[in-house]
Design a protein around this ligand. Structure first.
Ligand code: FPP
Length: 223
């Protein structure tokens, strides 16, 4: 059986989910944010040590201002709602991406939350905000240059926002694209695309995907 240390999810389809029910797109984002708890619980049950979620990309700033503002209000709410819960349940929280572009209050809350849960070790819950894999690689190469290190695979991996390779990448919402998410870390990831829109993506479906992953032979370029 394969080891499953890291699941990454591109949470797509919130807008279409809302539209299907005659609601504005923001309701879809709210429903998506509410669904994250089910996904996290399922990962805890399977003893997956890392879960990385794509919440806001470096390209998502192009969306209408009211939608961007709403998504950021969800981040604020999320941080206040889950701080104690995560601590109690052994969840180590981290935001990755270029957080220097976020408002100062959100940056402070993110850092406080991460500090508060940094010793928790059941699962690393990584939320990508203002994240793009190309941007991450550029920031990584700059760090390597500043530290006067050699450019090699080990130093690149160590200096990324998230150093752990992704084993299983899932994209909901019926699109077969990777959209600039964790390109380095996904070098050997199994990829699963589902038509399910993220707010409807259930722990039952995730369980099935995990079981398929566990029973798939991975060769990493060998035989
Ligand atoms: C993609 O769906 C989704 C996003 C760009 C935002 C994802 C944000 C959340 C799930 C909420 C925040 C999460 C937390 C944990 C606070 P889309 O809008 O592109 O959907 P569409 O393709 O149907 O338009």
């Amino acid at each position: 059986m394969n080891e499953l240390k890291h699941i990454a999810i591109i949470m797509d389809g919130n807008g279409r989910w809302a539209k299907k029910q005659g609601l504005i797109r923001s309701f879809g984002h709210k429903a998506g944010a509410n669904n994250v708890e089910n996904i996290l619980k399922c990962c805890l049950e399977f003893n997956v040590k890392n879960l990385s979620l794509f919440a806001f990309s470096t390209e998502n700033w192009q969306r209408p201002k009211n939608e961007v503002d709403f998504i950021f209000s969800l981040f604020d709410d999320y941080l206040s709602k889950y701080k104690e819960k995560f601590k109690n349940e052994g969840v180590c929280f981290k935001v990755f991406g270029d957080i220097t572009k976020l408002n100062q209050k959100l940056q402070n809350n993110i850092l406080e939350f991460s500090e508060y849960t940094k010793n928790e070790n059941k699962i690393n819950f990584n939320l990508a905000i203002n994240y793009g894999a190309k941007d991450e690689l550029v920031r990584t190469f700059k760090k390597i240059q500043e530290k006067n290190l050699q450019i090699n695979e080990e130093n690149i991996t160590k200096n990324l926002d998230i150093s752990t390779d992704v084993d299983l990448l899932i994209r909901t919402g019926d699109c077969t694209r990777i959209s600039n998410f964790m390109l380095w870390q996904c070098a050997y990831a199994q990829i699963h695309f589902t038509k399910t829109l993220f707010p409807d993506f259930s722990s039952l479906e995730l369980e099935q995907i995990i079981n398929d992953f566990l029973n798939t032979k991975r060769t990493f370029g060998g035989v």
